[in-house]
Design a protein around this ligand. Structure first.
Ligand SMILES: Cc1ncc(COP(=O)(O)O)c(C=O)c1O
Length: 412
């Protein structure tokens, strides 16, 4: 086989130079290898909930529901937009704080919340336009945007008082609407990845006022990325729904729903995009466009997975078990969060308000250099632009003090 530098690339210009590796998975691989060599490693890079013994925490009821899916349900295609029973079940779950909104809801099944975000970006922005999100954000937002030739702009996540940067959000929305004639805002709440921040009711009200102020300037859509909605301080999506409902019809409210964290089945790839649209004609047009997008990307989703999730959401005994079993996982995580907050206070490590959820971020400069030093000490965290992300979801409570002490040392 011969190669020549003169050969043209088969990749189109926009697809060249794309990184094929994921830095978080690479860090995790190093942590796993060093632990295998007997080192006492704390691995806070992972994005999945582990129990206190370091095993993946799996809801037993969800594992049973998945195991009992009949072979024909795994084998057959699903309807393109998703099985109606699945979509109704997800709507009822996501909108349980405002069930009357189900009648105004278009919905399609997606492979996890990632698929829902993909459809939102590709459907409500044109190529060359940019989504808006906070400056700390889940890295794949940018990947999803670039993959479909959209951009990403950010506003500073936190304002001077430590809460969401509302004034900056206001200005950035104005910029996006002026530049693109439309805007798509993604807010991951509660339990924001990576900062751990959950917005208060008052902050959601303030976000609604900001959106309201821009609603007349062009088509404006907000995606509530609800990946962690069962782990936050409120009841599911009660806070955003209460605040955003008065805007319906003037602002498009989208919900990226995911079974990954909700049912601890990350690899099942079950999710949905919901769109709250009171006008029947517009709702049908959006439903059709999203269904077309399904056909034009993944065709249809994992039928067996959706069957299991539908049962978990709708069969009263299973749903009750899921709530109780998840409650134990939420408590497990809360105990780590409390241990973290206590240790952070003791060591003088400042973070955004952290009330629950998989991650927290310690804001700092020179994050890559500090993360490398932590790594040398056997403490694996994820360096971000402007902070260190600690995945408490993967850290046993007994290791939290050591992790925080190490971070405090690395910040000096
Ligand atoms: C902020 C955020 N949004 C969405 C997702 C979507 O995950 P999935 O595609 O597995 O549902 C994740 C998963 O880590 C996430 O952290």
């Amino acid at each position: 086989m011969s190669t020549s530098a003169a050969l043209p690339s088969w990749l189109t210009a926009t697809r060249r130079g794309r990184p094929g590796d994921d830095p978080i998975f690479a860090l995790n691989a190093e942590a796993v290898a060093r632990r295998a060599r007997g080192e006492a490693v704390v691995n806070a890079t992972l994005g999945a909930l582990l129990d206190e013994d370091g095993r993946l925490a799996v809801l037993p009821c969800a594992a049973e529901a998945v195991r009992s899916v009949p072979a024909a349900e795994w084998a057959a295609y699903a309807p393109i937009a998703g099985p109606p029973a699945f979509l109704e079940a997800v709507k009822a779950d996501a909108l349980r704080a405002a069930p009357h909104l189900a009648a105004a809801c278009a919905a399609v099944a997606t492979p996890g919340g990632s698929g829902a975000l993909r459809h939102a970006i590709a459907t409500f922005l044109d190529p060359g336009q940019a989504l808006l999100t906070s400056s700390f954000y889940w890295g794949p937002y940018e990947t999803l945007a670039r993959e479909c030739e959209r951009g990403l702009e950010t506003f500073p996540t936190f304002g001077p008082s430590g809460g969401l940067g509302l004034a900056a959000l206001d200005r950035a929305l104005g910029r996006r609407l002026a530049a693109d004639g439309r805007a798509l805002l993604i807010l991951n709440d509660p339990c924001h990845n990576p900062t751990g921040y959950s917005m208060s009711e008052a902050e959601w009200d303030a976000v609604a006022r900001v959106l309201d102020g821009h609603a007349a300037s062009g088509p404006l859509a907000v995606v509530v990325d609800a990946a962690y909605c069962e782990y936050g301080p409120g009841d599911g999506l009660a806070r955003p729904l209460r605040a955003l409902e008065p805007l319906l019809g003037r602002v498009l409210v989208l919900i990226a729903w995911s079974a990954s964290k909700t049912f601890t089945h990350y690899g099942l790839r079950v999710g949905a995009l919901l769109a709250l649209v009171p006008d029947a004609g517009e709702r049908r047009a959006i439903q059709d466009s999203l269904t077309f997008a399904c056909r034009g990307t993944w065709s249809n989703c994992n039928r067996g997975g959706m069957h299991a999730v539908t049962r978990l959401l709708t069969e009263p005994a299973l749903a009750e078990r899921a709530r109780a079993e998840r409650g134990a996982f939420v408590a497990l995580l809360r105990a780590r969060v409390e241990a973290f907050n206590e240790a952070a206070r003791a060591h003088g490590v400042a973070t955004p308000r952290y009330e629950g959820g998989f991650f927290v971020t310690v804001p700092t400069d020179r994050a890559a250099e500090r993360a490398r030093r932590l790594c040398d000490a056997g403490l694996f965290v994820v360096p971000l632009d402007g902070g260190l992300r600690l995945g408490l979801c993967a850290v046993a409570r007994a290791d939290v003090e050591r992790l925080v002490a190490g971070v405090a040392h690395a910040l000096k």
